[in-house]
Each structure stands twice: as structure tokens, then as C-alpha cells.
Design a protein around this ligand. Structure first.
Ligand SMILES: O=C(COP(=O)(O)O)[C@H](O)[C@H](O)COP(=O)(O)O
Length: 329
């Protein structure tokens, strides 16, 4: 929970759904956060500009605090709350509604453009190996299929939450031949793959790719087998805090996702760890595919600087550094 004025039901519900992964995947989280910001802007009955802005920042903090790793979430808040401007409540409200619409339009466009860029790497008859479920990665396959190419996929199930099942379903809907494998079978099937194709939750300034746990091991194995690794990530996945040397926080999720409580009790006293993401060093990545073209990971920092400057603002924070609670407002 965060301190501040009461929030719209839509913000509370979206925040809960992101935290429990009803809403998941970096681009989908960003869209949901922007839509929640719009709902809050439409509904808030604050009667002064200062009260309106405080409520919006509070909504931003509530959404920001849900999951720590996908930078698309703070970047969605940066884009929308960062464009809140005006001297009266109605102007502030309309500035936010315009910004949230512009943001979601941009998301659609970025994914479509990125898909076309990524599709150029995929040849007719190619097989991709996927990990987790990434709408950016699937946009590349969809565009390739749309160009008339025949594509097959080896889909890793992606323990502990099996997002590979979502990937398998969506690929089948595109008409792609799918073979589902357990995560530990990946190396065996890499010899049948022409690409490893994954998404990203965050891309660091050094080109490191933060994505679902297991991506880095897959990339190391793929390099060893000579299979190129392609990361599909629209530019809202670029993590501006890493320009100033900050690292990306890796989310640790509940231990019960790894082993059910009763099974664990049967084993006895063990430790269980459940990191949700890992970092693939840039040397294992062949290309980062964005809506602005494809980049070797080491050069992504140039694009990051163009988009964010040298440091990123945090428009969900109170300008005076207080927590936003009534007593400090
Ligand atoms: O790691 C995941 C999802 O993790 P989780 O299921 O824990 O959210 C996806 O590969 C990225 O978020 C990219 O997805 P997209 O390309 O759709 O943004």
C-alpha cells in the first residue's frame, strides 16, 4: 500500500492484477498501467490542481510498486504522468487523457513496426525456439507468417508458471507448427532451431537483457550450438536508470510457485528460491529488435540516451520528497 488520497477502483484492481500476474508481460503491464492512469484522471473529483496532481502521483506510486523488474511500467508512468500539465483541473485532466491515448497508440504502432523488423531475420522454413510469452517476440513471428513464410516453433514450457502454454496457443492460432518441450530439453532441441527468439522486461545500458528466468542459460547454450539469439523489445523496455549505473531489481516471487506447500512439507526442511528473471550478458545476444530498427546490444546505449537523456525523471514522486500522506501533504 502507498500513502495518499483514495484511488479509483480501476487503479486498485489493475495494481492487484499486475501483482498477482492476472495481467503480465511487460508490454501488457505498460498498457494496463496507462489505462489505469486514464481512469484515475477521468474519475478523480479533486477540486484544486494541487489535489488533482497529488492524486495522480499517488495512483502512479500504487502502480509502480506492483512488480519491480519490467521497466515498461515506470516508462508508461513517465510518459503519461510526465505530460500532466495545466493550471486548472480540467486542463490537467485532458492533458493526461491525451497522453494515455498517445501512449497506447504508440504501443500498438511500436509492436507492429518491431514485428516487421524482426520478421526480416526469419526465413521461409525457419524454426524459432521461444522462452516465456512475449508479445513483442510473437509480433515478429506473426509478421513473418504474414509475409507468407512457413515458421515452426519449439516452445519451452517456462517453469514455474508455464507461460510457454500461452505462447503455444498463440502460435497455433497463427498457423505455426508447435513442439512444446520442458525447459531442461532446450539444449537437445537447439540443433533443430534457427533462432532463439525471446522478449525482454528491461534492457540495460550495457546491452544486458533482463527477461524471464532461464533466458541466460538458454542464450549460453544457443551460442555454444551456434544458434543466433534475437531479442524483440520495443524501446519502452530500455531502462534509463541503468545509464547512471543502477542495476535492475530482479523480482523474487513466492516459493509456492516452485513447490506446493504439502509437497514441500513431505520433503522436510529445505530452502526454496524463486527469482522471476535473469540477466543475459550482451555478448550472448546477436540482435535487439526494436521499432526503430535492430541493434547489436552494445550500441543500444546510444538509442537509450536519445530517448531519455542522461537520467530519467520519476513523476509519480512528490516534488518535495514526502511520501504524499495526508500529514505530509
Ligand atoms: O519475461 C516475460 C514475462 O514475464 P512475466 O510472465 O513474469 O510477466 C516476457 O518475456 C517479457 O515481459 C516480454 O513480454 P512482452 O514482449 O509481451 O512485453
Amino acid at each position: 500500500m502507498t500513502d495518499g488520497p483514495p484511488l479509483a477502483e480501476a487503479v486498485e484492481a489493475t495494481a492487484d492484477d499486475i501483482a498477482t500476474m492476472e495481467i503480465r508481460g511487460a508490454a501488457t503491464i505498460a498498457r494496463a498501467a496507462a489505462e489505469a492512469v486514464a481512469e484515475q484522471a477521468a474519475e478523480t473529483d479533486a477540486d484544486t490542481p494541487a489535489a488533482f496532481e497529488r492524486t495522480m502521483r499517488h495512483a502512479g506510486r500504487r502502480l509502480y510498486g506492483t512488480r519491480p523488474t519490467a521497466v515498461s511500467l515506470p516508462n508508461a508512468l513517465r510518459y503519461t504522468l510526465g505530460r500532466m500539465a495545466g493550471d486548472d483541473v480540467e486542463t490537467l485532466r485532458s492533458s493526461l487523457l491525451a497522453a494515455t491515448t498517445a501512449f497506447t497508440d504508440r504501443l500498438d504502432r511500436a509492436q507492429r513496426d518491431l514485428g516487421r523488423v524482426g520478421a526480416n531475420r526469419i526465413r521461409d522454413g525457419d524454426t524459432v525456439m521461444t522462452h516465456c510469452h512475449s508479445t513483442d517476440a510473437l509480433a515478429c513471428v506473426e509478421a513473418a507468417v504474414g509475409q507468407g513464410k512457413e515458421v515452426s516453433a519449439i516452445v519451452k514450457e517456462t517453469r514455474p508458471r508455464n507461460q510457454g502454454h500461452i505462447t503455444a496457443t498463440e502460435l497455433r492460432e497463427m498457423g505455426v507448427d508447435v513442439t512444446l518441450v520442458v525447459d531442461s530439453a532446450a539444449r537437445r532441441y537447439l540443433d533443430d532451431a534457427d533462432h532463439v527468439l525471446v522478449g525482454a522486461d528491461s534492457i540495460a545500458a550495457d546491452g544486458g537483457v533482463v527477461n524471464k528466468i532461464g533466458t541466460s542459460g538458454l542464450a549460453v547454450n544457443a551460442r555454444e550450438r551456434g544458434v543466433p539469439i534475437m531479442v524483440a523489445a520495443q524501446t519502452i523496455k530500455l531502462h534509463p536508470d541503468t545509464l547512471t549505473g543502477h542495476t535492475v531489481e530482479i523480482e523474487m516471487r513466492d516459493e509456492s510457485e516452485v513447490i506446493a506447500d504439502d509437497a514441500r512439507a513431505d520433503i522436510g526442511d529445505i530452502a526454496v528460491e524463486n527469482p522471476a528473471f535473469d540477466v543475459t550478458p550482451p555478448r550472448y545476444v546477436d540482435a535487439i529488435v526494436t521499432e526503430s530498427g535492430q541493434f547489436p546490444p552494445e550500441s543500444i546505449v546510444t538509442l537509450m540516451r536519445e530517448l531519455f537523456g542522461e537520467s530519467a525523471d520519476r513523476p509519480w514522486e512528490e516534488p518535495d520528497g514526502t511520501t504524499g500522506s495526508a500529514s505530509s501533504a
